[in-house]
Design a protein around this ligand. Sequence first.
Ligand SMILES: [Cu+2]
Length: 155
Amino acid sequence: MNVELYERIWMWAAAALIAMFLSGILLTAGLHAVRPPSHMETLDPTALATYPEFANPAVRTQPDGGVVVSVVAQMFSFSPDPIVVPANRPVTFRVTSADVVHGLEVPGTNANVMAIPGYVSQFTVTFARPGEYIVACHEYCGIGHHNMVGKLIVK
Ligand SMILES: [Cu+2]
């Protein structure tokens, strides 16, 4: 089969671009620890009060020293607020929603999940720098979405 020179050049250029974009995605995922959530857990969003952890969302220190934060997102706040966690220790967030789809993001860190009614989104993050951070909802959830901001204090 005879392929014109210019066509061959464009084919190789297109293949090089695809390889460049794919390696960009893989490098970013590897270097910034970006990966899809691997946790799958469901609950009844209409009966959050029957789950001890979400009836009273709080920061809890486990017997092994780990820190677990259970968070309920609802129009238009996060509970608990503020969230106070230690620096340089793994903190596991367990997030759910009491009403509609919300998001939980801590800008400047890689803490970022969706809060979906009926599901528990879980991730573990270590905050290296003490300070005050904002906890923002990143999914449009209604008329008060722009006011749905909480506070995270890393000590
Ligand atoms: Cu929102």
